[in-house]
Write a protein that binds this ligand. Structure first.
Ligand SMILES: Nc1nc2c(ncn2[C@@H]2O[C@H](COP(=O)(O)OP(=O)(O)OP(=O)(O)O)[C@@H](O)[C@H]2O)c(=O)[nH]1
Ligand SMILES: [Mg+2]
Length: 441
């Protein structure tokens, strides 16, 4: 059995356990287990539909997302795979893309069935899979003059999707080639060396372009509700013949990825933040996963099945560590995850023993309170493991630092749990405020 299958197996068993969990905890756990499932177990690559004419920068955007040369840049006919879903795979993950350029050009897309028109082949691909978002690309300098034809194509693609899947899919507009906006030689990617007023002028012009793009899209009834944002970028990168990168002039790509992340369903988020290599985004998803698993573990601890709760808690904590490792771009063996837990002092066995002792002690004093204490320990311990794993695997802090973070988070999380127990009338705390300070310590 692979690690992934093992995790699926365990989470299924968790759901059986819920019959024995009292409300409202059971409901909360059911929700969190659903999220856990979607994030970690039902993972799939994100799916984007690209709309943009020849040379708008579709291939360059793909490369900008990966930071690698994945797609062929240039104007040869065969450069971009059109009319069908295409998986672009980098070292860290995959994105599924559908290039719809054929709609604009009326040419038969590469690789399409010979008897299908461009529009038909694109519609067939859209029927196969529902996209997560439509990305509309247009050169910044062309937003003003030549946008109407492009918007026709965008509208047509969106209507196809709505007809086939009965969902309005989000539209993110991207103004590409922003580096070429006047004043042309002011470098956006290296603003330190530029005059303030020059830079300001360029940024203002780009902002006006974004606003214009937004206005043009909102003018169309068919697009208005689906529109998310218009965002100016530069995707320019250049590679030498030997494959090394000669230039990286990417600008505002991380912000764009952030917009896209927000539009993705949970199933596609882990893959997306992994391959994007944007630490802030990885941290956010790691945090979310930590909150989810902490709540589940807290819930398990209040389940009236003594001792049996140790197994699922341990395996959930392990899957949290391997999950965060995965988000950061690694593939952790169970052994590595166990070693990590040992190194930060999250000795699972000892923690459980301690918890059992606390439970026994509390039972003597007031029956019932024992489970609350257990829940606090399980919740806080899991929270601390997640936070330490995130600092170690994503931010690259050393083990000593990770151990410190583990300790301080455990203390804080336990207090937060107890406070919220009182306030929420028995509900498990769902989230723990994200603490910037923690990250910098
Ligand atoms: N200066 C500048 N050049 C860019 C930028 N993005 C792309 N380019 C260049 O524009 C040209 C076309 O980019 P591609 O990414 O191949 O465009 P495409 O939309 O994939 O084109 P087709 O596959 O032909 O439809 C290439 O020469 C890129 O190097 C950018 O942000 N700034
Ligand atoms: Mg291309």
């Amino acid at each position: 059995m692979t690690l992934r299958e093992e995790l699926i197996e365990k989470s299924l068993r968790l759901e059986e356990m819920l019959d024995r969990v009292p409300e409202p905890v059971a409901r909360q756990m059911r929700d969190r287990i659903g999220e856990f499932r979607e994030l970690l177990l039902e993972q799939r690559p994100p799916r984007f539909v690209l709309v943009g004419r020849r040379g708008a920068g579709k291939s360059s955007l793909i490369n900008a997302i990966f930071g690698e040369r994945i797609a062929e840049v240039g104007h040869e006919k065969a450069t971009t795979h059109r009319g069908k879903w295409w998986s672009y795979a980098g070292d860290l993950g995959t994105v599924d893309l559908l290039d719809t350029r054929g709609i604009q050009e009326g040419t038969t897309p590469e690789g399409a069935e010979a008897d299908l028109t461009p529009v038909e082949s694109i519609a067939a691909a859209l029927e196969q899979k529902a996209p997560d978002a439509v990305v509309f690309l247009i050169k910044a300098k062309e937003v003003d003059a030549a946008i109407d034809g492009d918007l026709d194509a965008l509208t047509e693609v969106c209507e196809h999707i709505r007809r086939l899947h009965h969902i309005p899919v989000p539209v993110v507009a991207v103004a590409t080639h922003c580096d070429e906006v006047e004043p042309k030689n002011v470098r956006l990617h290296e603003p330190e060396g530029e005059r303030d007023d020059d830079l300001q002028e360029k940024l203002e012009r780009i902002e006006r372009i974004e606003q214009h793009l937004e206005r043009k899209i909102r003018e169309r009834d068919e697009l208005r509700d689906q529109f998310v944002a218009a965002h100016g970028v530069s995707t320019y990168q250049s590679w030498r013949r030997d494959g090394t990168r000669r230039a990286d002039e990417r600008w505002r790509i991380e912000e764009l990825l952030d917009f896209l992340l927000d539009e993705l369903p949970d199933q596609a988020r882990v893959e997306f933040v992994r391959l994007s290599q944007v630490k802030a985004m990885q941290r956010r998803i790691a945090d979310r996963l930590t909150n989810i698993v902490s709540t589940i573990c807290g819930g398990i601890a209040v389940t009236p099945v003594p001792i049996a709760d140790i197994g699922p808690i341990t395996s959930l904590q392990m899957s949290l560590v391997t999950g965060i490792g995965y988000i950061s771009g690694r593939r952790l063996e169970v052994k590595t995850a166990t070693e990590f837990l040992g190194a930060i002092g999250a000795n699972v066995g000892a923690a459980v023993a301690l918890r059992e002792a606390a439970r026994a002690l509390a039972k003597v004093v007031t029956p019932g309170l024992g489970s609350v204490i257990s829940a606090a320990v399980a919740y806080a311990g899991t929270k601390a493991i997640g936070r330490a794993a995130s600092a170690y695997f994503i931010d690259g802090v050393d083990v000593k630092k990770a151990r410190k973070i583990f300790k301080s988070t455990k203390k804080k999380a336990r207090k937060a749990f107890e406070r919220s127990e009182e306030e929420n009338d028995g509900e498990l705390p769902v989230a723990f405020p994200y603490d910037e300070e923690d990250q910098q310590q």
